[in-house]
Design a protein around this ligand. Structure first.
Ligand code: ADP
Ligand code: MG
Ligand code: MG
Length: 934
């Protein structure tokens, strides 16, 4: 019964042979897995098997699949006996291959127990190294390797990790013992500790362990192993892992695999080392090996910032004044071997790789490879380069660019002039770990950063180094600055992945957590003071610096730099050209002025999907005219106002149509929230009363008559045009007059007139008759004709449900997903803030009273609610096209610029999406990605 509940990946394993408790071996001799089995084996396990299969030196081991994690967590968190048996057998196989024995006093097998989910979650879950060491085994290891230092160094590391990961004991207390011993011996580096000191440390650590846990440090390797496996499974549900999954939309039932692997020792002395490297620069995308290593070190030392790691390549060492200290110089043969592995891996995976390696007495071992996380700039550069190198085709290259990278490329950079002006406050430069400019106030803790963010203050998180528990704070901050840690440190990896500007390793910066100050080169500022960091150059300024538009904006919108002189611009153009080649959705923009439109066109918009007439009433004079139309009892005043409106609308439309230069334009008739347009303060009221030639009291009375409790569901949209046909009339005249003017100047223009807030086909029939009548009158008057079409917004549930009837009278549809979301969910966007954010973050669980009960995962106004609102869109599309097969259908809500929603619109068969001007490039890429995927 228990067995059937464990699901195994049936794609890769024939159903008949499924043993749900089986483990998957990797290594030179037995190798059960491959890279395609990530869902089952996790990314790490699948790639270890894949590497072993192509002859890359990987220490042998086995993987317990992710399905077991889910099973374990569902079944009360105990390891099933059958699994233990399987693990015991797998360990025996490792013993045979390694010629060692688990728990042996003379020749012990040591292993690492590593987590590894389908997708990498840097630093989110736990790993234990050197497992298998006991009081006796450590002596055996020392004797066998003739390296007591390494043996006891490994033991003290193991005790600390075991205490932390398996027992959940506070790591700091343990680290304190190590620091105290170093201080006593008057040394700074871990590597300087003598054998005796290490032995003493081990003793003290075990004492502390016993004191805190109430039991002696376990001396049976098998028990250690079971407990560590459970701990890795448990680490899937730590708070930070849960938060990370939420942000990354990773389902909680994916689970993590556990990899048990023979240890490679980078801490065996001067010919041993450990390191992390990328096959290309993850920050800039440059095609250069990029990595860091530490001699005589193990595992996390490089990432954890215990010692400052050194560059692997001689070139980077030189650039940092560290000549002679690179791996290339100190371990030339191993370095060459390593770079050969890089080449093999890049060719094999056809992508940039992020590789962990360890050198044990000159012998190279690869411990992990995965597709390297990279900044948005690097995503784009690597994609373009790899196509040029013939490594991947255009579609694959595009598929590796997240829409957010395009946003990153478009985000502001520091103003060059202001940067020069701030040079007195330029304190120095650290590593340019995550490109982009960030300016804000100093936050010294993750909690503080989150608090500042809540208060609306942009901040920069400044830490000695970051750990996974700082994740929330990093997300809240505009940028991150750390004292320690290199370009592969936690801060750098996370920052690049999330497009946060980041400067790492600003050595010499002193963060005083008690005084809440930071000091650099004698200058001190406090938490809350201004700071600016340039993640592209590594520069740090103790002041605020204004930002200016991105290079792309400067080249294509402001046209003040030559795009050919900027690599960023050239890459952007290439990516956009490919995107346009593969996408089938058209991209229009929501723009109401020639200025907005120019921006959108520069960024590749193919027309206007939504021009909002009410946005053309944005000056006091114009507002007054609209108030006159709405409130005047005197026909003359009203008619005069109407003719003024017709006049300026025509001017505005002419400018917009001219800018469009033949591209399509959908103009939506007036749909104002009327209350916003009415006078609110006394001065305004006085002016309005005067213009209406009525007393202020009369005006107040009229306003009272007009007041609505629920304007969003009130007198708006076509309801206005039906009750006040004169409003529709002037708009239609203005639109068509503008079109006629352009046509006479030989610029083609065929306006699409769109009627808002239709719930019943009769509303559209009414407005359509009116529009046609006004048009005919105008054509007769001017003795000229122009082509136009009339369509409607689908933005009320009834309209979506009755789309078939409505389509009989519409030349096109455009889904107004903002209103459709409001009216389908019954949530007013203006009032959602009281509860929607809490819905998203989670409320207390009624059963347990604790934890996070997530009511609604996304913001439906940002990402389309596909199952609800999306269903109405599908119904609307079907209804419309059943009536009119080739009905042109678009969407013009906020969702038109959201990648996930765009994907839905693509699949639903829309013709175009329309988004705000600056979202256009993101929409172009998203549309291409959808076309490639589907
Ligand atoms: P993470 O997913 O957090 O990177 P890993 O499981 O990759 O955790 O391990 C943490 C560190 O320990 C890495 O630097 C890794 O290379 C190192 N490590 C893991 N297993 C071994 C091993 N068998 N021998 C040597 N180092 C190891
Ligand atoms: Mg780790
Ligand atoms: Mg790793």
């Amino acid at each position: 019964m228990m067995k059937t509940q464990v699901q195994t990946d049936i794609n890769t394993v024939a159903e008949t042979e499924i043993n749900p408790f089986r483990v998957y071996h990797f290594g030179k001799i037995n190798n059960d897995g491959n890279a395609s089995m990530k869902n089952l084996l996790g990314g790490k396990g699948a790639n270890l098997a894949e590497m072993a299969s192509i002859g890359i030196p990987v220490p042998p081991g086995f993987t317990i699949p992710t399905t077991m994690c889910t099973f374990y967590n569902e079944q009360g968190r105990v390891l099933p006996t059958d699994l233990k048996t399987e693990v015991d057998q797998a360990v025996r196989l490792m013993e045979e291959q390694m010629g060692t024995e688990f728990g042996s006093e003379a020749n012990p097998l040591l292993v690492s127990v590593r987590s590894g989910a389908r997708v990498s979650m840097p630093g989110m879950m736990d790993t234990v190294l050197n497992l298998g060491l006991t009081d006796l085994a450590v002596q055996g290891l020392a004797a066998k390797t003739n390296n007591a230092r390494m043996a006891y160094d490994s033991y003290r590391r193991f005790i600390v990790m075991y205490a932390d990961v398996v027992k959940g004991l506070n790591g700091e207390d343990f680290e304190h013992i190590i620091e105290a011993n170093k201080a006593k011996a008057g040394i700074e580096q871990d590597t300087e500790l003598s054998v005796d000191q290490l032995k003493e440390i081990c003793l003290e650590l075990k004492e502390l362990y016993a004191k805190l846990s109430g039991e002696a440090f376990p001396q049976k390797p098998q028990d250690q192993l079971y407990a560590a496996i459970e701990a890795v499974f448990d680490s899937w549900n730590t708070d930070r892992a849960v938060l990370y999954r939420k942000i990354q939309n990773i389902p909680s039932d994916w689970g993590t695999a556990v990899n048990v692997q023979a240890m490679a020792f980078g801490n065996k002395g001067e010919t041993s080392a450990t390191g992390v490297a990328f096959t290309r620069n993850p920050s800039t995308g440059e095609k250069k090996y990029f990595g860091e290593y530490l001699i005589n070190a193990q595992g996390e030392d490089v990432v954890a910032g215990v010692r400052t790691p050194l560059p692997i390549s001689a070139e980077s060492a030189k650039a940092k004044d560290l000549q002679g200290q690179s791996m290339e110089e100190l371990m030339p043969e191993t370095y060459i071997e390593l770079t050969q592995v890089f080449e093999t891996l890049e060719k094999h995976y056809t992508d940039m790789q992020d590789v962990e390696f360890t050198v044990e007495e000159e012998k190279l071992y690869i411990l992990q490879t995965r597709d390297g996380k990279r900044s948005g700039f690097a995503q784009v550069k690597i994609a373009v380069d790899m196509v040029k190198e013939g490594l991947v085709d255009e579609k694959t290259a595009l598929g590796r660019i997240e829409p957010a990278s395009i946003e990153q490329m478009l985000s502001p950079i520091f103003n060059a002039d202001d940067k020069v002006k701030a040079k007195d406050k330029l304190m120095g430069a650290g590593l340019n770990a995550g490109p982009g400019a960030a300016s804000g106030i100093v936050a010294l803790s993750a909690t503080k950063a989150e608090w500042y963010k809540k208060q609306g203050f942009p901040c920069v998180l400044v830490r000695t180094d970051t750990s996974p528990s700082d994740f929330g704070g990093m997300m809240a901050a505009e940028g991150v600055l750390t004292v320690r840690g290199g370009a592969t440190s936690h801060a750098a990896v996370v920052a690049r992945q999330f497009g946060k500007p980041c400067v790492c390793g600003l050595t010499g910066l002193v963060v005083d957590e008690e005084l809440k100050t930071i000091t650099y080169k004698g200058e001190t500022i406090k938490e809350g003071d201004n700071i600016s960091i340039d993640g592209s150059t590594g520069e740090v300024f103790f002041c605020k610096i204004e930002t200016s538009p991105s290079e792309i904006s400067q080249a294509f919108i402001d046209k003040c730099i030559d795009p050919n002189q900027s690599e960023v611009c050239r890459h952007y153009q290439q990516i956009m050209a490919w995107a346009d080649k593969y996408r089938t959705l058209q991209i229009r923009t929501n723009a109401d002025t020639a200025r907005d439109l120019n921006v959108a066109l520069s960024l590749g918009a193919e027309g206007i999907g939504l021009a909002r007439v009410e946005h053309m009433f944005s000056s006091d004079d114009r507002l007054l005219l609209l108030r006159q139309v709405m409130l005047a009892k005197d026909e003359e005043i009203k008619n005069l106002a109407l003719s003024h409106i017709e006049h300026f609308l025509k001017e505005d439309f002419t400018a917009v149509f001219k800018t469009l230069d033949g591209r399509p334009a959908t103009v939506r008739l007036l749909d104002p929230p009327m209350h916003e347009f009415m006078p609110h303060n006394d001065g305004d009221k006085a002016k309005t009363a005067k213009a209406l030639k009525v007393s202020e009291d009369d005006l107040t009375a009229s306003l009272g008559d007009m007041a609505e409790h629920n304007p969003m569901l009130g007198f708006r949209g076509c309801r206005l045009g039906i009750l006040k046909p004169e409003l529709t009339r002037v708009q239609v005249r203005a639109i068509l007059e503008a079109a006629l003017e352009l046509n006479s100047a030989l610029v083609p223009c065929k306006p699409e007139i769109m009627v808002p807030i239709i719930m019943h086909e009769n509303e559209l029939i009414h407005q359509r008759m009116l529009i046609d009548k006004v048009a005919e009158e105008l054509f007769a008057e001017l003795n000229a004709r122009v082509d136009y079409s009339v369509g409607t917004m689908i933005e009320l549930p009834r309209a979506a449900l009755q789309a078939g009837e409505i389509a009989k009278h519409a030349d096109f549809f455009s889904f107004g997903t903002n209103d459709l979301t409001q009216t389908t969910l019954g949530i007013s966007r203006d009032d959602a803030n009281h509860f929607l954010p809490t819905y998203k973050n989670g409320v207390s669980d009624p059963m347990t009273g604790t934890g996070n009960f997530e009511v609604y995962p996304d913001d439906p106004f940002q990402t389309l609610d596909q199952s609800g609102v999306g269903q109405l869109v599908q119904v609307g599309v079907k209804g419309g096209r059943d009536t009119s097969e080739n009905l042109k259908i678009g969407i013009c809500g906020e969702h038109g610029g959201d990648p996930a929603s765009i994907d839905f619109f693509h699949r639903t068969g829309l013709n175009y999406v329309s988004c705000s001007p600056y979202r256009v490039p993101v929409a172009r890429l998203s549309a291409a990605l959808s076309a490639i995927r589907n």
